[in-house]
Design a protein around this ligand. Structure first.
Ligand code: SAH
Length: 240
């Protein structure tokens, strides 16, 4: 009788564990999916910077998406992360990262922490990363996740990134992952002379990703890519 009960318990446990993990990825599957992502979506589309590729291989993207979407974490698309926001498509993350040509000593500011995935990629390449998220629940979750993954070099703040982060300015690099209609003045001011900024600018959901460099106190601009980011908003939810 006892033996039968134990058996039953074991079967129930096996069933439950199988049932719960249907959308979750085991390590080997995640690694294989990540390799395929880097090869097909990133390398074959012309991203060749070895440091960018290595960072994309290292960071476990499936940890940054909701459990029920883990099996789509390495697909070629953005995914919902709650609060109506999304984690960007892997190619866009790689494109923006490569364009920044980061060195370890660069002090980097990101606006739009979201899931924390882009911040983790930046954290692989730079010793000083600052990131701001306006939606409290997302900022807190990303902060806790990044800390649990050991990123002591990344500082997360909940607030309006339009204003930048004066206490730590100037920044060598600013990367913006939500889109205002114009380049925020405070971000221009907080960019170091010679520093670079990558930012999607334009109407909601229809923008150009531009790379700017600060030369003699002025921003010099190159248009690069048509993109679709969520709009930058203020505390009242209005678009900038
Ligand atoms: N970089 C993120 C994806 C960004 S989605 C990742 O890797 O997952 C864009 C994010 O910008 C959203 O989470 C949105 O809430 C945030 N956002 C919008 N306006 C903002 C503002 N003014 N300041 C800071 N974050 C803002």
């Amino acid at each position: 009788m006892m033996a039968n009960k134990k058996y039953l318990l074991l079967i129930v446990l096996l069933f439950l564990s199988g049932g719960c993990s249907s959308n979750e990825l085991v390590e080997e599957d995640a690694l294989a999916a990540r390799k395929a992502m880097v090869m097909v979506q990133i390398k074959q589309r012309g991203i060749n910077d070895p440091k960018t590729l290595e960072a994309l291989m290292t960071v476990e993207r499936h940890r940054f998406v909701p459990d029920r979407l883990q099996n789509q974490a390495y697909d070629d698309k953005p995914l919902p992360i709650g609060e109506g926001q999304t984690i960007s498509q892997p190619y866009i993350v790689a494109y923006m990262t490569e364009a920044l040509s980061l060195v370890r000593t660069d002090k980097v500011l990101e606006i739009g922490t979201g899931s924390g995935y882009q911040a983790a990629i930046l954290g692989e390449l730079s010793d000083h990363v600052y990131t701001i998220e306006i939606i409290e629940s997302l900022g807190l979750r990303a902060g806790a996740l990044l800390q649990s993954l050991g990123y002591e070099n990344i500082r997360v703040k909940v607030g309006d990134g339009y204003q930048g982060w004066v206490e730590y300015a100037p920044f060598d690099v600013i990367i913006v992952t939500c889109a205002p209609r114009h380049v925020p003045k405070p971000l221009q001011q907080q960019l170091q002379e010679g520093g670079r900024m990558i930012i999607p600018v334009g109407e909601p959901y229809q923008q150009k990703l531009v790379i700017l460099r600060k030369l003699n106190g002025r921003l010099v601009q190159d248009d690069v890519l048509a993109v679709r980011f969520v709009p930058m908003v203020n505390d009242a939810g209005s678009t900038y």
